[in-house]
Design a protein around this ligand. Structure first.
Ligand code: GUN
Ligand code: ZN
Length: 434
């Protein structure tokens, strides 16, 4: 039984806890070694301590001067919106009507869907993102195209067919019954096929009838190890709309709660206009927040309340929300996250942002031990960051005095150019400059 061993020498960073809660949350090996066996992490530590454990003649890939860390996890992104990123509109609802819905219509064509999925995954890997929670469109073909492209690259991805049966153009509507039936077929076809995972995806409460939310909630209960993803409390006009559509609900979040959609593996994007009762409910049920800084600033949706989330101890993760998000890069997303936190009176250290973009995302998806850090046995999804990727980055990072300062400079100044290489399940899937 032959095993394949691979080793990489670089500075190594990963997390085993939230730096906001523990002083020993991060592991930093200035001269480190990451050892893989059969696409999984065998060990990560100091080069000096581990080199003697390597078999005679083992090949060590030399990335000295660079930083190896787990691949980024983007917990909310729309692959069909790739071609409409950076489209201007005065707020969420006009943006959906003018750009999003017409763009998503094209995904009834499986070839179009596959070509966008291929580009999209290439872009994620260029930016160092190895796991994402992805919206497809209402068309089941768009899901087959996405999972096919993801399977070909052996990536750990969650995705699902958008369910929407009202308040959107007829060409994008399913029905309560067809939406649930198609979703269940897709679960059977794709969930846990290779590294793919299915996400039940009602777009958001305004575009689903009560009958559709009922069936989506029943699916979520019948398949508890699938994901649920949707949007909540992104924009004040949207919140008012939900209030008028569901007058009996205590809050926007409560609509989803009524239908059994608050549970572990449920991911709620935005969560800006929640109250303390909503946050307590999310924490109690194990539902997670996906915070989307570039999108929230771009659409003028509002400022996420970090203090409120931390006080309630809600599971927290970061996301791009492309196409309303303005960058595929989780480094650029950290940059804007930092500023949103500042505006709300919270100081967010770089260490915490790198935690949120790796292990925090994995925990929010109930994937700790599978991806998100270098625990032994974890799938070897990792990136090689170059602190000298641009003249400015080089100039700035050679003048830093601590790990925190180095990471902070990378988060503020870094983007896809700082990602030298990306690996999925131990295999290189991106090389900068190629
Ligand atoms: N709410 C419902 N659909 C969408 C979407 O596609 N993008 C964003 N940002 N919010 C939404
Ligand atoms: Zn979104």
């Amino acid at each position: 039984n032959e095993t394949t061993l691979k080793a990489f020498r670089a500075s190594i960073l990963h997390f085993t806890a939230d730096p906001a809660l523990s002083e020993q949350a991060h592991h930093w090996h200035e001269d480190g070694l990451l050892v893989l066996e059969d696409g999984r992490v065998k060990t990560a530590g100091d080069y000096d301590k581990l080199k003697s454990t390597l078999p005679e003649g083992a090949l060590v890939r030399d990335y000295r001067g660079k930083i190896i860390m787990p691949g980024f996890i983007d917990t909310h992104i729309h692959y069909p919106q790739t071609d409409m990123i950076a489209s201007p509109a005065p707020g969420l609802l006009p943006w959906l009507d003018s750009y999003t819905f017409p763009t998503e219509r094209r995904f009834e064509d499986p070839e179009h869907a596959r070509s966008v999925a291929d580009f999209f995954l290439g872009e994620l890997l260029r930016c160092g993102t190895t796991t994402a929670m992805v919206y497809c469109t209402v068309h089941p073909e768009s899901v087959d195209a996405f999972f096919g492209a993801s399977e070909q690259r052996n990536l750990r991805m969650a995705a699902g067919k958008v369910m929407m049966d009202r308040n959107c153009p007829g060409f994008l509507q399913d029905t309560a019954e067809s939406g649930a039936r198609d979703s269940e077929e897709l679960i059977k076809r794709w969930h846990n096929k290779g590294r793919n995972m299915y996400a039940i995806t009602p777009r958001f409460a305004p575009t689903s009838t009560e009958a559709q939310l009922q069936l989506a909630g029943e699916l979520a209960q019948a398949y508890p190890d699938t994901y649920v993803q949707t949007h909540v409390a992104e924009n004040t006009d949207e919140v008012a709309w939900v209030q008028s559509l569901f007058p009996k609900a205590r809050s926007y979040l409560d609509v989803y709660d009524q239908y059994g959609m608050l549970r572990p593996r449920s991911m709620y994007a935005h969560c800006i206009w929640l109250d303390n009762e909503d946050r307590a409910r999310m924490a109690a049920t194990g539902a997670a927040v996906s915070m989307c800084a570039t999108s929230n600033l771009f659409l003028g949706s509002g400022l996420f309340d970090f203090a409120g989330a931390d006080k309630a101890q809600v599971a927290l993760s970061l996301a791009t929300d492309v196409g309303a998000g303005t960058s595929f890069s989780m480094l650029q997303t950290m940059n804007e996250t930092y500023k949103v936190a500042r505006m709300g009176g919270t100081y967010m250290p770089a260490l915490r942002m790198f935690y949120l973009a790796t292990l925090g995302g994995a925990r929010s998806m109930q994937l700790e031990g599978t991806v998100g850090n270098f625990a032994p046995g974890a799938e070897a999804d990792f990136i090689v960051l170059d602190p000298k990727a641009t003249p400015l980055l080089e100039r700035r990072t050679t003048r830093t005095d601590s790990l925190e300062e180095l990471l902070f400079a990378l988060a503020m100044l870094g983007d896809d150019r700082a990602i030298s290489a990306t690996y999925a399940a131990g295999k290189q899937v991106h090389q900068r400059g190629e």
